[in-house]
Design a protein around this ligand. Structure first.
Ligand code: HEM
Length: 324
């Protein structure tokens, strides 16, 4: 499928209600050119490894779900504190921190302590959707960086074994609707997953079925080849598989996958467990533009979850550490 190079979703700058005092063009008079710097850094990394794009989109989601979009996800652990990035769902699987570091270093050399790491990530996630899917939206900015990051709080991040009710509740808790959750799940058309994130569906699903009966049998066989069990039935924690057939292209083929029982996670397959969400998946599978518009709007909403603004939080000098 050929996607337009750039789909400019002008509706976003045309009257989209911006919550929490964020503003499109927030840095225009404070540190001009910031968004260009971020875009260049994302592009530089993306041409080396397309996986940076899915990495940054997922990082933004995980950041926003825990304490809002405050780049608490970027703070490094210390001997006294296990930080979010080392919490269970993040641990070995988040990637792209160095892109934020590089953009931050360039920006700091131009304007010291003006641009938040949280905004840099929001711009970088948007740019990642541009490079993988030709989508563009204006990012309302003015987020401030948080000063707290706790691995224990990653409990709020939805899990791949969640069912539809659990997923809906997790998103509702953050102010996102089930409809927005379905649209956002389309991000699972890019990137990779570790085998350990779904191997229960292949080998030890339930007491009656070792394999998840809702998983297409051919697809399950392919996954088993890529994720074989080692001695004692263990799975090599480093093994990964692509999310789908075109893991570098952000387009709605994910919805076709779930409709044909080829969703990778229980949480993906869960979208076909209600009439409403199945219908939504069906409409996205056959209408790229409808999905792109809903995805972009949902990303903008997600990127404003519980943001710190005004005098709250701080502007970190180094995205990995709170200011002394
Ligand atoms: C609906 C609830 C969700 C669950 C349960 C979930 C779970 C997961 C899991 C388990 C992985 C694989 C991690 C690994 O083993 O390496 C993953 C990857 C990914 N997720 Fe989600 N996710 C959800 C929603 C989202 C949302 C809302 C977004 C973004 C808007 C997103 C973006 C991604 C991306 C891009 C990847 C690939 C990352 C990479 O290649 O580095 N996910 N997700």
């Amino acid at each position: 499928m050929v996607l337009p190079i750039a789909l400019f979703l002008l509706l976003l700058s045309l009257g989209f209600q911006i919550e929490a005092q964020l503003q499109v063009g927030f840095y225009n008079d404070k540190c001009a050119g910031v968004e260009t710097i971020v875009r260049q850094e994302v592009h530089k990394a993306f041409v080396q490894d397309y996986g940076i794009a899915p990495g940054l989109i997922r990082m933004h989601f995980h950041d926003c779900v825990v304490r809002g979009c405050d780049f608490s996800i970027g703070i490094d652990s210390t001997p006294n504190n296990l930080a979010e990035k080392d919490g269970p769902p993040n641990g070995i699987s988040l990637r792209g921190f160095e892109v934020i570091d590089n953009a931050k270093a360039m920006i700091e050399s131009k304007c010291e302590r003006v641009v938040s790491c949280a905004d840099i990530l929001a711009f970088a996630a948007r740019d990642s959707a541009f490079f993988t899917g030709g989508m563009f939206w204006d990012v309302p900015a003015g987020r401030r960086d948080g000063r707290v990051s706790l691995a224990a709080e990653t409990i709020d991040i939805p899990a791949p074994f969640n069912n539809l009710d659990e997923l809906t509740r997790a998103f509702n808790k953050k102010g996102l609707t089930q409809r927005e959750m379905v649209a956002l799940s389309g991000a699972h058309t890019i990137g990779i997953s570790h085998c350990t994130s779904f191997s229960n569906r292949l080998y030890n699903f339930s007491s009656t079925n070792s394999q998840d009966p809702t998983l297409d049998a051919d697809y399950a066989a392919q996954l088993k080849q890529k994720c074989p069990r080692g001695p004692g039935g263990s799975i090599d924690p480093n093994l990964v598989v692509p999310m789908n057939k075109s893991p570098a292209l952000l387009e709605p083929s994910y919805f076709g996958d779930v409709l044909t029982h080829r969703g990778l996670f229980t949480s993906d397959q869960a979208l076909t467990t209600s009439t409403q969400t199945t219908e939504q998946a069906r409409s996205y599978a056959s209408n790229v533009l409808a999905w792109q518009a809903d995805f972009a709007l949902a990303m903008i909403k997600m990127s404003q979850i519980e943001v710190l603004t005004g005098a709250a939080g701080e502007i970190r000098s180094n995205c990995r550490r709170i200011n002394p």
